[in-house]
Design a protein around this ligand. Structure first.
Ligand SMILES: *[C@@H]1O[C@H](CO)[C@@H](O)[C@H](O)[C@H]1NC(C)=O
Length: 442
């Protein structure tokens, strides 16, 4: 099973780590004159710190020479490096043999190869973006952009939106002072583009569908969605709007979107349908969207059995189940059905969805554990077992799955550390279940 596989893999990697632990190299006076010249910088224990402190933005590939995925990534990075070097705020690409230079690798807790981290002014963040040269460049441009772009004309607005592309949502503050959003723009810099438009015509108001200023528009080009926020422009309200607009109202659940949800803490209202592309599913999705705009404390998602059978199976939905099936998933190993609203009939789906939500909020719920024969493989496929944290509280030992694998298409080859502890006793698990059921949202 997956657990065993992980353990075996981790063990093997421990052995590799121990065998390969090189003595710490004596620190030599490292050159501090780093330039971004379009080649991939090869770093080691002695010059790593100087490179990441001298360069504002560095994408570091922690690799191992024997790892096949690393070998495939390498030419993509070679191709991306000159393009990123040419930006107004250049992004450097560097690599470090984490198998050999273990003191840096340990410091940054590299536990799989390849691991990509983006160092912004010396501070590392996980790089979870694409790994093909062209899309990697487009993705990294986001990080090299100003926190808030100031747009002075209609054409500046359209150019900005065009250049922003479709990976990230875009926020445009119309008639909004940049000081109002700059703090949040920095906080959410990794997830969205921010701008303020100082000067614009009525055509823009029509195009973005707002009728007074100040207004903050959110655009989600990938999902063809937009929202307008008219205030109050106070931090809490603004942040709620920004956070909630990072995702479309109803999100198709797949490997990519699950990954992008990894920092969002809301529970997922999940509708499992036969086939996402069917007309009747589209009708339901529309209903989910309107429910979502009134229930922003949940993420609304849908998945087709045809699109991702294993995932649906995790929630006990197969082709034989009465569909669409509705559940609330806590993003960990529990989900809830609502007594009497397990599935949605064809007639008047809107009121059934609202009954489902009401039932959930009133606590008419049946708690279940995700499982099924394919559970292991589903978890493996979307987590890639990259980041599994164990949180230990006083009486709670429970596995929290916080973050989705950074791997694009494939599970990671190697784990270099065994952080998984499945020693949770059944009694403490029972306690943790009780504890969590007490936390139900209203
Ligand atoms: C579901 O609701 C019915 C009546 O409303 C009740 O009799 C039944 O016990 C409930 N089932 C569960 C599992 O809570």
């Amino acid at each position: 099973m997956t657990t065993m596989g992980m353990r075996a893999r981790a063990l093997c990697c421990w052995v590799l780590l121990i065998l390969s632990t090189a003595p710490d190299w004596p620190a030599v006076a490292a050159s501090s004159s780093w330039t971004v010249d379009g080649t991939v910088l090869e770093l080691d224990d002695s010059n790593f710190d100087s490179a990441i402190s001298a360069l504002d933005l560095v994408l570091v590939d922690f690799y191992a020479p024997w790892c096949g995925h690393c070998k495939r990534l390498s030419p993509q990075l070679d191709a991306a490096a000159p393009l990123l070097a040419g930006l107004k705020h250049p992004v450097a690409i560097a690599k470090l043999n984490a198998d050999k230079f273990t003191s840096v690798a340990r410091k940054y807790e590299i536990d799989a190869y390849p691991t990509l981290k983006l160092f912004m002014h010396g501070v590392p963040i996980e790089y979870n973006g694409p790994r093909k040269a062209e899309s990697l460049v487009r993705y990294l441009k986001k990080f090299a952009a100003p926190d808030v772009s100031i747009l002075e004309s209609d054409s500046a607005i359209s150019e900005f939106v065009e250049a922003a592309g479709t990976y990230f949502p875009t926020y445009i503050g119309f008639g909004l002072d940049e000081s109002l959003i700059s703090k949040l723009a920095i906080k959410y810099k990794k997830k969205a583009w921010f701008s303020v438009a100082k000067d614009f015509s009525e055509d823009v108001m029509v195009l973005y569908d707002f009728d007074k200023v100040p207004a903050l528009a959110s655009l989600h080009p990938m999902y063809d969605e937009r929202n307008i926020f008219y205030g109050p422009f106070e931090e809490d309200f603004l942040e709620d709007f920004i956070k909630q607009s990072l995702f479309p109202l109803a999100l198709t659940i797949n490997y990519e979107t699950l990954k992008s949800l990894s920092d969002d803490e809301r529970k997922i209202v999940l509708a499992i349908v036969e086939d996402e592309d069917e007309e009747k599913s589209k009708k339901l999705i529309k209903i989910l969207k309107s429910a979502a705009s009134a229930n922003r404390d949940f993420v609304f998602g849908y998945v087709g059995i045809k699109q991702w059978e294993d995932f649906a199976d995790t929630f006990g939905a197969t082709k034989k189940t009465k569909l669409p099936k509705m559940v609330v998933w806590d993003r960990m190993e529990e989900y809830f059905t609502v007594n009497g609203s397990e599935s949605i009939d064809e007639e008047d789906q809107a009121s059934q969805v609202s009954q489902f939500l009401q039932g959930y909020k009133e606590g008419r719920i049946i708690k279940k554990r995700i499982g099924g024969p394919s559970f292991g493989s589903v978890m493996y496929s979307f987590l890639g077992m990259r980041t599994v944290y164990i949180m230990v509280f006083l009486v709670i030992i429970t596995m929290l799955i916080r973050s989705i694998s950074k791997e694009d298409d494939e599970p990671p080859v190697v784990r270099a550390a065994d952080q998984i502890d499945h020693a949770a006793s059944s009694s403490s698990e029972a306690e943790s279940r009780e504890h969590r059921s007490g936390e139900k949202e209203d």
